[in-house]
Each structure stands twice: as C-alpha cells, then as structure tokens.
Design a protein around this ligand. Structure first.
Ligand code: ES4
Ligand code: ZN
Length: 325
C-alpha cells in the first residue's frame, strides 16, 4: 500500500487548479464579513451545506456567486497565497493556476485587481520553494467576442500570464467557437490548453477540434480519449498532457475515472493527477493521489509515473524540468 507520506514527499507539479476553486468556507465567510457581502450563509456549516451539486451546471451555480466576496487586490492575494501554502505542504514544487477574469469583470472588479493580487502571491511563493504561474481562462459560456476583448485587456499584463485556458460550461460551447481568440493568443506567445470535461456530450468531437484545429498543448481532463485509439495515438505522438482530477470527476460524475487513468498510463499517455476545485470537491492534490491510489491499489511506480508526467507536461523551461526528471 502506498502511504500518505510517500505521496506528500513525492515532488509534484499541479497543472489543473482553479484559484477561485480554492476558496474555503472559512475564507469565504471572513471576506464576506470584511466586505459586507451577503452570501446567504453565516456559519461554516451553512456554507458547507450549500456545497451540494450533482452535475457541472449545479456546481457552477454555487461556484460563481460565491466569488462575490473577492473584492480587493489583497483578497485575491490572500486566496492565492493560502492555496500555495497548502500546495507546498502537499509536495507541489511547480504550479500553473487557472483564473477566470470574466467572472470578476462582470461584477465590476478591474482586471488589474485580479492579476496583480494573484501575481504577487506567485512572487511570494518563491520564498517557500514553489514556482507558480498563471493561466487565464476564457469562459466558454460567454461569447468569443468577450474572450477577444479580455485578451486585448490583458496586453499590459502579458509578462505575468503564462498561458490561456478555456473553462466553464462545455455543453453547446465547442472549442471552435473560440478559434479566433485562441489563434490571437498563440500569436502573442501564450501557451494554450482547454477543458475537455469527462462525460461531456460531444466530448470526442470537442477533443478533435482542440487537437486538430486549435492546436492545444494540453487537455484538461480529456481522459475520454481512451474510447478512440486514433486519438490515443495522436496524443502520444505529440506527447500531449492530460490533466485528470479524480475527486472532481467523482463529485460531478460519480467516478474517479481511475480505470481510464490506468489504461492511459499503460498506453504511455502523459496523464497527471490534479485537484481542480479543491475547496469544493473534498481535497487538494495529495488527497487526489491518495484517493486514486487507495481505490485502484496503485503501485508506487504508477504514482511516480503520474508525478513525472506532471513535470514533463508542465510549461517550465527544459533546464528546470531536468531538475525533476
Ligand atoms: C470547473 Cl469542474 C469545472 N468545469 C468547468 N469549468 C470549471 N471552472 C472551475 N471548475
Ligand atoms: Zn477544471
């Protein structure tokens, strides 16, 4: 049996975590009080009670309104630095973190408040040995024009943002809808990834668009490719990373998707384990490794391969990669 100590001490990269998804009930209540925001709950128990969902839509309906408590640059800083301390304790050495500017812009929070708060936390995390970077996401249930406008607004922050992602509700929002803003992002030198949620209608078609037309460098989730040998071969040929999130998949689909992860590992696919929205799905990255290892009786070699894959498919420099591989 793989011990928790083994998991904690294994150096890991986290490639799929939404900063807004690290908002624990305790910090949510503290910021609600400070900023005089009525979130409809006043105790930790009430907030925890609201964390019930059975699909992506019902989760997002809890998730987005909760962000209202984030108002100042210091609030965004505190959210990120709190997550980074937790990640360090879990053995994370390198992290690429998603954030959703449009969810803040629509409620009147300027982009610089969000980016400067999050970026300062990345700078300060170097003091406790975490190399932290930001991936700005487009919300796929908003328009392509809104995404293009965000990309334009982000120009002054270009050197603080490593990559561009795509998240939120995938149903009826295929990758091709965002062909224009993604091609503009590539031209500006951003790294590119996007969500391909598990058990999504049209999942395979969406993955084909992401790979063949958008030219993504990673897929977030994406473990559905096991259904299609041509896709597995394609992903292997270009050494594309898949960022799986077992506890998130379990919350939303009732399944850790461990069978898929093991099959992909056996095929040589660079799949990694990540936390997605740790405050909402019951655990941080080491909890995800632990749950997967326990349920599927993973061998230490498989755990090590998952962690190796996380560094291999990260966007750190080759020189830094050499430290971990
Ligand atoms: C998300 Cl679980 C999930 N799916 C899509 N978008 C998201 N943003 C944050 N969590
Ligand atoms: Zn995600």
């Amino acid at each position: 049996k793989v011990s928790r100590e083994f998991i904690d001490e294994l150096p890991k990269a986290e490639l799929h975590v939404h900063l807004e998804g690290t908002l624990e009930p305790e910090l949510k209540l503290k910021l609600a009080k400070k900023n005089h925001i009525d979130i409809g709950q006043t105790t930790i128990e009430d907030v925890e009670e609201s964390y019930h969902y059975d699909d992506l839509a019902s989760f997002l309906a809890v998730y987005y309104p909760g962000m209202a408590v984030l108002q100042t640059e210091e609030d965004f800083y505190e959210l990120a630095i709190t997550y980074l301390h937790h990640a360090a304790a879990d053995g994370v050495r390198h992290v690429e973190m998603f954030f959703d500017p449009q969810a803040h812009l629509v409620r009147g929070i300027p982009l610089h408040t969000v980016v400067d708060g999050f970026y300062q936390a990345c700078v300060d995390a170097r003091a406790f040995d975490i190399d932290a970077h930001l991936i700005m996401c487009f919300l796929r249930d908003m328009s392509a024009l809104s995404a293009s406008d965000l990309l334009q607004q982000a120009q002054p922050f270009r050197n603080k943002i490593l990559g561009i992602g795509l998240d939120s509700d995938e149903h009826h929002n295929p990758p091709l809808k965002f062909a224009q803003p993604f091609s503009a992002a590539i031209a500006q030198g951003y790294r590119i990834t996007m969500h391909a949620d598990v058990d999504q209608v049209d999942s395979i078609e969406h993955i084909k668009q992401a790979l063949e037309i958008i030219n993504v460098e990673r897929l977030d989730h994406g473990t559905n490719i096991v259904e299609d040998q041509d896709l597995v071969d394609w992903v292997n040929n270009i050494h594309l990373g898949l960022t799986s999130c077992p506890l998130s998949n379990d919350f939303i689909s009732g399944d850790l998707k461990g069978k898929e992860i093991i099959e992909l590992l056996n095929e040589g696919v660079k799949v990694s384990v990540n936390s997605d929205d740790p405050a909402y799905f019951g655990g941080y990255i080491a909890d995800n490794y632990e749950a997967l290892a326990a349920e599927y009786k993973l061998k230490p070699e498989q755990i090590v391969q998952l962690a190796r894959n996380s560094f291999e498919t990260s966007w750190i420099s080759d020189k830094q990669k050499a430290i971990y591989l």
